[in-house]
Ligand binder design. Sequence first.
Ligand SMILES: [Zn+2]
Length: 329
Amino acid sequence: MGIAQLYPLRFDPIYQYRLWGGRRLSGLLSAPLPGDGPIGEAWVLSDRTDHQSLVANGPLKGQTLRQVMEQFGEQLMGKLSSRFHRFPLLLKFLDAHEMLSVQVHPSDAHPDLIPAGDTAKTEAWVVIEAEKGSHIYAGLKPSTTAGNLRQFLADGTVADHLVSIVPKPGDAVFIPAGTVHTLGNDVVVFEVQQNSDLTFRLYDWGHIDPETKEPRPLQVDQAFACIEFGASDSGLVAARVETTVPVEREGLFDCDAFQLWRLLGQDPFPVGERAEPHVLVCIAGEGQVMHNGTPYAVGKGDVWLLPAEAGECAFQPSGEVTLLEIAIP
Ligand SMILES: [Zn+2]
């Protein structure tokens, strides 16, 4: 006999060793970083077969996100339950100490490049921390074509032909599938993306993998097949202020795959929505979500999944809090 009613679910982060990573996530997430090597990613909500998020609270503690979806389909996913049999978003924090490879992800226009069961990958970033030398590249400059891009790769000048952003905390950057992009030099971001692990590397700055003593493999032909040349809505996004009372609610991203708002406030405000799952990510401050009269403590770096059947809940900040709220259209 299972539990009758779902409740707000918190998940443990899954840390990923990456050569380009650092140790900055230790200041953001409460779960201790493993070892002393470079950690590039914390997967904070994942329904990937090889990396399943585990519930960290309540009677379902220890169950995977997939198990909860299978057991509570409609209670968890509401009106989306017949459309999705795995959770459609993958949420991460990235600590890019070095520059990542210049890369691109496929859109749905390239089913030949997407293995069965996987999806296209549109992603977006909210900058959490940045340093003086930090860099984001999001898209090709308009003069870049398939013809001259091959030349820029060959002579190592590709970065000069990408749209360059000097990131600062709070910036929102949209990377639709087909956008050439990278980031690094000590930038920490929150990432929302479609549940996909398909990356094609175009250029790797001449990096040598210290384990193999070789450059990492590139997938230039697949990357070229995916790149959307010409106009795009990639890059910095202007926040749209939707409300200021009782909370400042700004819309940052609104695409076919996800919607994301930033909430800033110190008075109680509503989160979640009837018949839809919403995800809350706390990036500054703390507070609690109320559900059926029970408070659920939300700390910095925490990720909470509000099940569809919980509907709208009250969030009670303890002082100033900044949350990201994510929905699936
Ligand atoms: Zn990417």
